[in-house]
Design a protein around this ligand. Structure first.
Ligand code: 5CU
Length: 356
């Protein structure tokens, strides 16, 4: 389908070679290890990992995917679990070298690549804040990617009051947070047949609930009253937030605790208002129902196409990957083929992330 504006993929991961070397040097998850004679990248607990193939780390393979699928620009982000696991003393220097390497990769392909930087969330606060202000000066950085753990993998989540200085610095530097899941829900959740269900429990259910819960906690903690200009880009169409926002608001309105402790009258914005002002949703939802919900909740001017490449590799050889076709068709089926489709497929990203 011809497109007047560039097609922009805002959800596209890469493990740069420096990160691959880091995982090669480790002996516990996340790491690269040999399982049944194959080198595998294991990035989450309870997972047998992915074969260590060029799609995970090689920029030419990324560009070939883009060319084959008509993607003009990709915003690349480090894949999960980012840098959450790093010991505090090396977190900032490791982040700086990985962010510099990723920015250089983007600069080497002008007009094709931008990136979300990875934060050293386990680093001492001053070093973490310094890396935020430093990445804001890098030519191709357009935001930061973040998981749900908060300050390091043993963090207290994104509603931790100690996250406020991080949000304040991101707001000051006008860097949006690309919130992406990694940790899922506790394994007991899935019952004894879990293995038979393949990746559905972890990726379709656990990931989306993780994003929903993590962002809801940021909202419930009143963070957007303190950082009113901060933007979150929520992965996978916001998890289940478009569907649950009404129920969350209703629970607040009917809750004596909120009324009696004054939080109900003191809060400046409802969840609906935060969704419209502070949230962008990616369109990695694979169906028009989720895409339509995303558009209805944040507005068509705040939904941005994505593929999730290099994950969701087709099981059989196909001309185009379903993560491209399904998410593109979902946008067209949700809003038709006119201007709104162009906005989702790239116009919104060009405008909101300043990709000129
Ligand atoms: O669905 C996804 O976003 C992912 C991801 O980011 N990382 C991963 O290992 N699998 C699926």
């Amino acid at each position: 389908m011809p497109s007047k504006t560039p097609v922009v993929d805002i959800h596209s991961h890469l493990y740069p070679p420096a990160y691959i070397s880091l995982l090669e040097s480790r002996t516990s998850i996340p790491y690269i290890t040999t399982i049944a004679n194959s080198r595998r990248l294991v990035n989450r607990v309870g997972q047998s990992g992915k074969p260590l193939m060029p799609i995970l780390y090689d920029i030419s393979t990324k560009l070939a995917f883009m060319n084959r699928h008509g993607i003009d620009i990709s915003i690349i982000s480090l894949g999960n679990p980012w840098l959450d696991f790093l010991p505090p003393d090396i977190a900032a220097s490791t982040a700086a070298s990985i962010n510099d390497a990723t920015n250089a990769l983007c600069a080497a392909h002008p007009g094709r690549l931008f990136c979300f930087a990875a934060l050293p969330l386990s680093a001492p606060r001053a070093a973490l804040l310094a890396e935020i202000s430093r990445v804001a000066t890098l030519s191709h950085v357009r935001g930061v990617v973040m998981g749900s753990a908060g300050l390091g993998d043993a963090g207290k989540g994104l509603d931790d009051p100690d996250m406020l200085p991080v949000y304040e610095e991101l707001e000051r530097q006008r860097l949006p947070v690309f919130l992406h899941p990694n940790y899922g829900l506790p394994a007991e959740q899935w019952g004894p047949c879990c293995a038979d269900y393949g990746q559905v429990p972890a990726l379709a259910l656990g990931f989306t609930m993780e994003t929903t819960i993590a962002f809801s906690r940021v909202f419930l903690a009143g963070m957007f009253d303190k950082v009113p200009e901060l933007t979150f880009i929520l992965s996978h169409g916001g998890g289940t937030l478009p569907f649950l926002a009404g129920r969350i608001e209703s629970c607040i309105e009917h809750d004596r605790t909120w009324k009696e402790n004054g939080r109900l009258s003191e809060r400046k914005k409802t969840l609906w208002q935060v969704l419209k002002k502070n949230v962008i949703l990616d369109g990695v939802v694979f169906d028009k129902v989720g895409m339509r919900a995303a558009v209805d909740v944040v507005g068509v001017e705040r939904v941005m196409f994505g593929t999730d490449h290099p994950f969701f590799v087709p099981l059989e050889e196909t001309e185009l990957w379903p993560c491209m076709v399904r998410n593109r068709d979902a946008a067209r089926d949700a809003v038709g083929e006119g201007d709104e489709y162009e906005m989702i497929m790239g116009g919104n990203a060009v405008r909101l992330l300043d990709l000129k």
